[in-house]
Design a protein around this ligand. Structure first.
Ligand code: FAD
Ligand code: FES
Length: 254
């Protein structure tokens, strides 16, 4: 039986850091003490009837006695979450899922797309040697992370172009592990840009529409290259890139 724990977490602070992007810090020594980079939490948007299900958000970084989330306001659930104020108590389930596999070596190449780069702060805090590439549509979508190389589609910050243009044989060869997080189309473009000899290093942080978040509803399946499926919430969200059936995943949409 899966063991999941639900907590009442107090909001410590809340601010809009980019247009429609909210950073919120929760007090929760329990979640902070057991969370691993790449894991997520399920947040209850409101005590009311709607939305019925929680909303999954990656743990962006740990604080002294809690954790930080960074999320886009895209619908009713995240809109309600954005209205939380310091002192409010929010029901949060977590930490959930499997994060980044830190056992594959010390040197990391991190490739983030838009807000997908958010969770990299926690990973960067847990490793000593990393190169970080961030691609976004414009400066309004760039998560500020130290020592990152940034590229934007409109050239409003960094050079103009796509993040795949920053991928070189040198940074692929130097890396023991390559972490990728962003929209599915961006992650697929990275997968296609990485030569086959380096693909075994790719770790992909997947996303799926979720119900429960702890493997009971079957709502979050990711198609695998062996023809089967794995649950994003329990066996993921991070999977080796070579295990994913990219064609079926993209066709499935979200
Ligand atoms: C493991 C995991 C980690 C996540 N981490 C983050 C994070 O750190 N920051 C962040 O901003 N978002 C994150 N998401 C996405 C976030 O959960 C959704 O944006 C949120 O659930 C939308 O809820 P809503 O009620 O506001 O919007 P809805 O009304 O449910 O949907 C509004 C729009 O958002 C799209 N959407 C809904 N769910 C997802 C999803 N899972 N992925 C992509 N698009 C979605 C819908 O297709 C629709 O177009 C994560 C999702 C997963 C599965
Ligand atoms: S969200 Fe319910 S099984 Fe994954």
């Amino acid at each position: 039986m899966t063991s999941v724990v639900d907590f009442d977490c107090a909001v410590i602070s809340q601010e809009m850091v980019l247009p429609d992007v909210i950073k919120i810090v929760f007090h929760s020594p329990e979640i902070a003490s057991s969370a691993k980079p790449g894991q997520f939490v399920q947040v209850e948007p409101s005590k009311g009837l709607f939305p019925v299900t929680r909303r999954p958000v990656t743990i962006n970084r740990l604080t002294d006695d809690g954790f930080e989330l960074l999320f886009d306001v895209v619908g009713r659930g995240t809109e309600l979450m954005s209205q939380k104020q310091p002192g409010d108590k929010v029901r949060i389930l977590g930490p959930l899922g499997n994060g980044w596999d830190l056992t594959k070596g010390k040197k990391w190449l991190l490739i983030g797309g838009g807000l997908g780069a958010a969770g990299f702060q926690f990973l960067k805090d847990s490793i000593s040697d990393s190169v970080l590439l961030i691609g976004a549509s414009s400066k309004d979508r760039v998560v500020s992370l130290e020592n990152s190389i940034v590229v934007t589609e409109d050239g409003s910050v960094g050079s103009k172009g796509l993040v795949t243009a920053l991928i070189t044989e040198e940074n692929l060869a130097n890396a023991d592990s390559i972490a990728v997080c962003g929209p599915v189309v961006m992650m697929e473009a990275v997968w296609n840009a990485v030569p086959e000899k380096h693909r075994h290093k790719l770790q992909i942080s997947t996303e799926s529409r979720m119900g429960c978040g702890w493997a009971v509803c079957d709502g979050c399946s990711i198609p695998m290259s062996d023809g089967g499926y794995k649950k994003c919430c329990k066996e993921g969200p991070v999977f080796p890139g070579i295990e994913i059936d990219w064609k079926r995943w993209k066709e499935a949409g979200l």
